[in-house]
Design a protein around this ligand. Structure first.
Ligand code: SF4
Ligand code: SF4
Length: 709
């Protein structure tokens, strides 16, 4: 508990609640179980709730996506336990509260479907817990009135759709069922799969009662099944025990659940209110020197256009979706793009006149929907792309950015090398969740008369990094084009909601990261392709930044032969830790000192960096490896030709002499509407490093009013 949290020894497939510690039923007890007839949960969403309607729209969208044709059969393990471990691991990785597997008895099918569903003999059933409650004096409590069920149902459908697509991509049939549209008795399956018990004819969780939305995925993919829970007092009493309070088997403790529920709903689960706020970001931005850039200049776009050569051009189409689970996420992710814009109602509701109240409510809503950290800023002109991917000019039209971070999940990251077969999935999980949250919020605001657009990974008109910085969610790090947060480090994906709703904004933060990154080289040392500089920050396009070699990074992520994408810098960063009430004491103390005792940094940072390596942080934890290594090639999931099995490279040369980075200036980028390949010249890009100003030189030039270089 001092240097490792208890969750370190818990498999991801066990989930956040200690279901495994509960008594199980005997065969006779199961036979005697009274089966409640299926009926949708009693608390239905209000038909007149604008928010419920937005969530229901996305729910239907996800349901429509779970109908892909099964691919040819994949080489899945013979071991049924391993298969179940993988599916439950996926459900928990995607934030289900409970997940279990059962065989489907014929009477679980609703009468009219018994014959047609004969092949689908197994079910994965999962529950998503409702979002945290919002205070009565918070505007968001009015917005959420009658919408909580619809939101939880949407979140459950998102997970169910991804897993349905995943099973289909492995060559088996799978069907999705939710409480609004099911062909199976979801109550009965929850009992059989050991995630719920029957209390007064209501199927409840031993830990959170009836506070959930259910989804089932039925399949002909043979699986190992779970045992039903014993319906006895001990089952329901565990959550009141001291054991549960302190955490059982590394599950999330009662203390941590309690801590999260006690915090004000607009504050997130992390104490960002303790972090020092500053008027300007801790790295210089000369706003008048930052050029607006077209999407065409963005390196994944350059790969698509052939600038990185034919291999990258070919691979960029599939690199993020070449694992079957990401294939399952691809359909909902793409389906949401068409709905990023929409009609705005003519009349604006009176309730939205107070910018501070709006900001509080919008943050509470974001957390209820599933964001992990939210900040708000005004959008400077340079944060808008100049042209979209088609070369059309983008006119900045919204004043505010609601910037939301989605934690990519520590547990799975702990099991991964950062550039193996789950890596692309970690990104997609953040992107799909972000698009869903911002999409619902935008739809809600538009229906209330305010322009709003989710700016998602699939289609963003804004550059997200400067907005994350300005919204007070982190500082720029050595990784370069990545902002680090004091509580989740670099382990997040961002999504932005741009809007004209009046909002009070946040200030940037200073938690001493510049000092930390100056003395820490771990990300640069562990990057497989030397894309992160070991040297000092430079001024680049108006930003003070450790500028990475974006071409090297993009090329590796796109063409990685032994994994999908890459996030190894994020995985190995010492700030990638858990700092909740369940986190190891060392992390919690270190984070507290980092946030509250900046003056100690010169002494503590070298020690922290040294200790991080010596204690083995950044190595893989095999217990957390729930996923299967599979690669989709030509529409068929196959055993990959290899897997990146990396741990730490502590003795690697960190002088940086062998790996100078290339710099691609805005002035060297292709024209916004260029459809032809404009090949990159890496040697030239390295030479251009000599043209860059140091931070001191740039300051001196500005002081004497010298011209922009
Ligand atoms: Fe290097 Fe991978 Fe990070 Fe890119 S994502 S900088 S390749 S470690
Ligand atoms: Fe900064 Fe070290 Fe993290 Fe790199 S690994 S971003 S240098 S703290």
């Amino acid at each position: 508990m001092l240097v490792r949290d208890r969750a370190h020894q818990r498999g991801v497939e066990l989930g956040p609640y200690p279901l495994e510690a509960l008594p199980r039923a005997t065969k006779q007890a199961i036979a005697d179980t009274a089966v409640p007839a299926w009926q949708a949960p009693a608390r239905v969403s209000k038909a007149d709730s604008t928010l419920a309607a937005a969530a229901q729209f996305y729910t239907k969208l996800f349901a429509q996506c779970a109908t892909s044709t099964p691919a040819p059969r994949a080489p899945v393990p013979e071991d049924l336990q391993r298969r179940s471990q993988e599916l439950k691991g996926a459900a928990y990785y995607l934030d289900a509260a409970h997940a279990g597997i059962c065989q489907i008895p014929s009477h679980a099918w609703l009468a009219q479907d018994r014959a047609s569903a004969a092949d689908e003999k197994f079910a994965l059933i999962l529950w998503v817990r409702h979002g945290l409650p919002v205070e009565d004096d918070n505007l968001a409590s009015q917005w959420l009135n009658g919408a909580q069920d619809a939101i939880a149902a949407m979140r459950a459908l998102e997970i169910g759709a991804a897993i349905t697509g995943h099973i289909r991509a492995m060559g088996y049939n799978a069907s999705l069922h939710d409480s609004e549209d099911t062909r199976v008795n979801l109550h009965l399956l929850a009992l059989l799969a050991g995630i719920g018990v029957n209390r007064d004819a209501q199927i409840v969780s031993p830990f959170f009662g009836a506070d959930y939305a259910p989804v089932a995925v039925t399949t002909d993919y043979p699986l190992a099944v779970d045992t039903p829970l014993a319906n006895q007092p001990a089952t329901l009493q565990l959550r009141r025990s001291l054991r549960y309070w302190w955490g059982i088997n590394g599950a999330v403790s009662g203390r941590e659940h309690n801590r999260q529920r006690r915090r004000a709903s607009h504050l997130s689960r992390y104490p960002m209110e303790q972090v020092k706020r500053v008027a300007e970001p801790t790295t210089l931005i000369f706003a008048d020197e930052v050029p607006r850039v077209p999407k065409r200049a963005e390196f994944f776009q350059r790969a698509r256009s052939g600038d990185l050569g034919p291999k990258a051009q070919q691979e960029v189409k599939r690199f993020a979706f070449k694992h079957p689970l990401t294939d399952g996420m691809m359909y909902p992710l793409r389906a949401m793009v068409a709905h990023q814009d929409g009609n705005v109602a003519e009349a604006q509701e009176d309730q939205f006149g107070d910018a501070a109240a709006n900001a509080r409510a919008i943050k509470s809503l974001s957390y209820h929907l599933g964001a992990d950290l939210t900040g708000i800023c005004e959008i400077p002109p340079y944060a808008w792309y100049s042209h979209d991917a088609r070369g059309q000019a983008i006119v900045p039209r919204h004043k505010y950015a609601v910037v939301m971070l989605i934690d990519q999940g520590y547990d799975t990251m702990e099991g991964a090398s950062g550039d193996d077969w789950i890596s692309g999935c970690q990104s997609m999980r953040g992107y799909i969740r972000g698009a869903e949250i911002a999409g619902v919020m935008a739809e809600f605001l538009r229906k209330n008369g305010f322009e709003a657009r989710p700016q998602t990974n699939a289609d963003s008109q804004v550059l997200q990094i400067p907005l994350v910085l300005l919204a007070g969610l982190g500082e720029l790090s050595r990784i370069g084009e990545l902002v680090l947060n004091p509580y989740v480090g670099p382990r997040f994906k961002s999504v932005v909601l741009t809007t004209n709703l009046p909002l009070a904004v946040d200030q940037p933060i200073d938690f001493g990261l510049q000092q930390f990154c100056k003395r820490c080289f771990k990300c640069a040392r562990e990057c497989p392709v030397n894309a992160i500089p070991f040297g000092d920050k430079v001024m680049f396009n108006g930003y003070e930044i450790w500028k990475p070699d974006v071409e090297r990074c993009t090329r590796y992520r796109v063409t990685n032969p032994k994994g999908s994408a890459c996030g190894r810098c994020m995985k190995t960063c010492p700030l990638n830790k858990v700092v909740s009430a369940d986190g190891a004491w060392l992390h919690r103390i270190g984070t507290w000192l980092g946030v509250n005792a900046g003056w100690l940094k010169p002494v503590l940072v070298p020690l922290a960096v040294w200790l991080d390596d010596r204690l083995g942080y950044g190595k893989r934890n095999p217990l957390k490896r729930w996923w299967l290594d599979l690669e989709l090639r030509n529409g068929k999931a196959q055993i990959p030709r290899g897997t990146n099995e990396r741990d730490l490279d502590i003795h690697r040369d960190i002088s940086g002499k062998k790996s100078p980075v290339g710099y691609y200036h805005a002035s060297d980028m292709p024209a916004p509407d260029s459809h032809q390949a404009v090949p990159v010249d890496h040697k030239q890009a390295i030479k251009r490093g000599s043209l860059l100003e140091s931070v001191a030189q740039a300051r001196a030039r500005r002081a004497r009013r010298g011209a922009k270089p």
